[in-house]
Design a protein around this ligand. Structure first.
Ligand code: SF4
Length: 219
């Protein structure tokens, strides 16, 4: 059922499950053909367009307020942009969550190492206490990836796979995902995930404002 958008500049929000989602940036190093940002300003009744990028204290305050509304099984870096564009915030908030025994998940396009070359990003995420990572692969070959995800970086596809492989090596529970759009090679994506010891999940094209399970704000 379609929900009206109710809040603006949302940092923490809920979808249909038992997670709290975090929206910390609208910037992204991809321009995916299916990106929600192309045709809506929010999901799940929330406006995710940010007028400013929140600092860690503002994010953790938003988490606290969301938990006052009720418990959640995990907190997910997600939102209307690529969280690792702000890796310092992801690491600081993950550490804050770890100290409170709240599992943290990162939904990412897998460009974290490309965006933060000075750091071993999977190792830093593991050290901060990240439990789970979901990496958007979306294609079983570099040419398809470039066509579907339109990355800012050349040779991004190999970097996405390496990022996921490193997350697996650092014992972060890792799942590769692919959007089930026309022509998608879901079997090929699943084979890549299986070969590296990661899970795989196909995702439906997102419904921007409905409370179904298709999407939580990031494709
Ligand atoms: S779908 Fe996700 S990775 Fe792709 S452009 Fe949108 S925010 Fe970035």
């Amino acid at each position: 059922m379609t929900q009206p958008l109710t809040r603006t500049d949302t940092i923490a929000y809920r979808g249909s499950g038992s997670a709290v989602y975090l929206n910390i940036t609208n910037r992204c190093s991809c321009a995916c053909a299916f990106c929600l940002r192309e045709w809506t300003d929010g999901v799940y009744g929330e406006v995710l367009t940010l007028t400013h990028e929140p600092e860690p204290e503002e994010v953790t305050r938003s988490v606290e307020l969301e938990f006052l509304e009720g418990p959640a099984d995990e907190v997910v870096f997600c939102g209307f942009g690529e969280p690792t564009m702000r890796l310092d915030v992801v690491l600081a908030v993950t550490e804050w969550l770890r100290l409170r025994r709240i599992p943290a998940r990162l939904d990412t396009n897998g460009h974290g190492q490309l965006l933060n070359p000075a750091l071993d990003v999977p190792a830093a995420l593991m050290a901060a206490g990240l439990s789970t990572v979901t990496v958007s692969l979306n294609a079983a070959d570099p040419e398809s990836y470039d066509r579907i995800c339109r990355p800012l970086f050349a040779k991004a596809y190999r970097a996405v796979i390496q990022f996921a492989e490193q997350c697996v090596k650092h014992d972060i529970q890792t799942t590769l995902t692919a959007v089930d759009c026309p022509g998608a090679d879901l079997a090929g994506c699943e084979a890549i995930a299986t070969a590296m010891g990661a899970g795989f999940r196909a995702r439906g094209l997102a419904a921007p404002r409905g409370r179904d399970d298709a999407e939580k704000g990031k494709a």
